[in-house]
Ligand binder design. Structure first.
Ligand SMILES: [Zn+2]
Length: 258
């Protein structure tokens, strides 16, 4: 059985995390990075990682939650003390759903990038635009350019933007997260991007419980489905799943120490 890492997923509570991580370990998922959407979510993960050997976490405020964030970072020393805080995330800009006003989203994103630099942690970035717009990518790029110039490292998780921005972000040293979308029938753009990512910058992720790969599309996702994503990525890049395992495990170790 091949071993893999899931570099981006979510858990609603501790008992679910415990059960899913144990099941996933049996499917060869030796390391899982769970991303928080809010500070209370990060507090839950902070407890969970202390009980679950193959789980570590990222703490941050998702753009959807930007308006409700009170600017309080006082929990981070406690998060760090677990030894399992591996990133700031999930953070970014979402101009597709627009659940929070753009000004709040940008303010929180910028604060989170500063925080990541101060703790020397990488960030997991979510970026999404409305169709025919690249406004969120434009703004994210400007902030990430400064961030990377200051030594910051980042992954664009679930990347589904243009080739142009893939190249621009690559120029800043970006990592890219490949998930179940690569198995979707109509996602030719995702496969084209996945073919082009620099070898040393590809990461596997599920974004579970969302985005289950085929043949489970529309059902609840789990890190245990990572091998399906790895197989699809192997086919696109014309390499073996073994090579994808070796490559993405190495990349996850470099960026997140998992
Ligand atoms: Zn996510």
């Amino acid at each position: 059985m091949l071993s893999f890492r899931d570099t981006h997923c979510h858990f609603a509570d501790e008992s679910l995390a415990e059960r899913v991580c144990a099941e996933s370990l049996e499917s060869g998922i030796a390391g899982i990075l769970a991303c928080a959407s809010s500070i209370p979510d990060a507090c839950m993960l902070c407890k969970a990682v202390q009980k679950i050997p193959n789980l570590c976490f990222a703490a941050g405020v998702h753009p959807h939650e930007a308006e409700s964030f009170d600017g309080n970072f006082s929990c981070f020393p406690e998060f760090l003390s677990t030894g399992k805080l591996r990133a700031v995330g999930e953070i970014g800009l979402d101009f597709y759903y627009d659940f929070a006003d753009h000004e709040s989203q940008i303010r929180v994103f910028s604060k989170m990038l500063e925080l990541a630099l101060s703790m020397d942690l990488p960030v997991s970035v979510h970026c999404r635009d409305k169709e025919d717009s690249e406004a969120a990518y434009d703004i994210a790029y400007q902030y990430l350019k400064d961030f990377s110039a200051d030594g910051g490292r980042f992954v664009i998780h679930s990347y589904s933007g243009s080739m142009k921005y893939m190249e621009l972000f690559s120029g800043l040293g970006a990592w890219f997260g490949v998930n179940g979308m690569i198995t979707f029938k109509k996602a030719e753009n995702i496969r084209t991007l996945a073919k082009e990512y620099p070898t040393e910058k590809i990461l596997l992720e599920t974004d579970s419980p969302y985005l289950a790969p085929a043949p489970f599309r529309g059902k609840e996702n789990t890190p245990a489905y990572i091998p399906l994503i790895a197989e699809a990525l192997a086919a696109v890049r014309q390499v073996t799943p073994e090579e994808i395992s070796t490559l993405t495990n190495k990349n996850a170790a470099v960026l997140f120490s998992i």
